[in-house]
Design a protein around this ligand. Structure first.
Ligand code: NAG
Ligand code: NAG
Ligand code: NAG
Ligand code: NAG
Ligand code: NAG
Ligand code: NAG
Length: 330
């Protein structure tokens, strides 16, 4: 009895503020129709068992309705044992703000153009799938995106310059694909809102855009590519960078006189062609993890900060680095 009374009271309260919630079906009929077509496109897989046409689609798994509009605003499909392609009809859920396809090994094909109809989309994740083809240039039309994650897929070709048109982006992940070619020139003018950039584990070549020296990156991961040239302009006292992983590239520059922001926590440069000596400023960093192994560095490791706390493997395989934790200089 008590429970029923509470429910009644809560219903009345909700009714007064939002109406309809307790009395009618929230699901928009057009959205339901589209969702059932999506289910069908995946062969009515068991993963969609809760998508019963006789029930309110706002209570189905995988999707969420917006509290105000009752339109489908989120579609988050992950760790699913389903096969197929990203259904074109997903573009007919115009209120979607967030779309995720994650850990679906048998999701194949390409990203459909219809996705550009989702003008409210702020977050798009397609990761750990077998979606392939070039990263489509039309993704640059999704101007409201704040987060784009296309990591761990089978994308090939070069990075489309149009991604630099996403001026609201805070994070961009294209890591662990088969991307090649150089980083587009347009990326020199990425939006200053972009603080996380991960392009690691691809086959990117060429140099890093000069414009990155002016951008307030917090975390950059470009490890395991074929990048060459100088990255020293990314560092300096007044930069915001905290994590920088450029290991396993072909970078070649003089390390000797660089300065770093106090908050730099990770600097991994192993397996490059970096020369000169270790900058004295490294002793001022309190939380530093450093790995400069397998380069062409020389001279005495400066004494102080974290530099003697680090394992010798952070420094080994250089031309002539010496001093703790490596053997003494001669
Ligand atoms: C993917 O498809 C293959 C062949 O169609 C099947 O053997 C396998 O179990 C599927 N794997 C997953 C994770 O869905
Ligand atoms: C892509 O498919 C292959 C088999 O065809 C599978 O081994 C691999 O794990 C899949 N990739 C992902 C990220 O699921
Ligand atoms: C971004 O979303 C807002 C509503 O959330 C919408 O009014 C606007 O048209 C969208 N912007 C673009 C460029 O599509
Ligand atoms: C991954 O892409 C390669 C081409 O780069 C293609 O040959 C292969 O079939 C793709 N794998 C899947 C599972 O789509
Ligand atoms: C860093 O300081 C230099 C000179 O002091 C200035 O030219 C540069 O614009 C500053 N960079 C940032 C990102 O604030
Ligand atoms: C530094 O990188 C090298 C090369 O990848 C690796 O062998 C070594 O274990 C790393 N050292 C530390 C402390 O991570």
């Amino acid at each position: 009895m008590k429970k029923i009374t509470y429910f009644y009271i809560i219903c009345v309260l909700i009714f007064l503020t939002e109406s309809h919630v307790c009395h009618s079906i929230r699901c928009n009929p057009q959205d339901k129709k589209v969702l059932l077509q999506i289910k069908e496109s995946f062969g009515n897989a068991y993963h969609f068992a809760s998508w019963d046409p006789d029930t309110d689609c706002c209570y189905w798994y995988i999707v969420k309705c917006d509290r105000k509009t009752n339109r489908i605003s989120q579609f988050n499909l992950f760790t699913a044992d389903i096969s197929g392609q990203i259904p074109e009809i997903i573009g007919d859920l115009p209120y979607l703000e967030s779309v995720t396809f994650h850990k679906i090994a048998n999701l194949t094909g390409t990203i459909p153009r219809s996705i550009t109809k989702l003008t409210k989309l702020t977050s798009l994740t397609i990761s750990w799938t077998n979606v392939s083809g070039p990263i489509p240039s039309f993704l640059g039309e999704l101007k409201n995106l704040t987060f784009l994650d296309l990591s761990f897929n089978n994308f090939s070709g070069s990075i489309p310059p149009s991604l630099a048109e996403l001026r609201n982006l805070g994070g961009l992940r294209l890591d662990r694909n088969k991307l090649s070619g150089s980083i587009p020139d347009s990326f020199g003018n990425l939006t200053p809102s972009l603080t996380y950039l991960w392009l690691s584990h691809n086959q990117l070549s060429g140099t890093i855009p000069r414009g990155w020296g002016e951008l307030p990156f917090v975390s950059i991961d470009l490890q395991r590519n074929r990048l060459e040239g100088d990255i020293s302009f990314l560092f300096g006292k007044n930069k915001s960078i905290q994590v920088a992983d450029f290991s396993r590239n072909l970078l070649q520059f003089d390390f000797s006189n660089l300065q770093f922001p106090d908050d730099l926590g990770t600097l991994d440069l192993n397996h490059n062609k970096i020369y000169g000596s270790l900058p004295e400023d490294l002793v001022n960093l309190d939380r530093l993890f450093l790995n400069v192994s397998y380069n062409r560095l020389c001279g005495k490791i400066p004494v102080g900060g974290q530099l003697q706390e680090l394992d010798y493997t952070s420094y080994f395989h250089n031309r002539c680095l010496c001093g703790a934790p490596l053997p003494d200089c001669k």
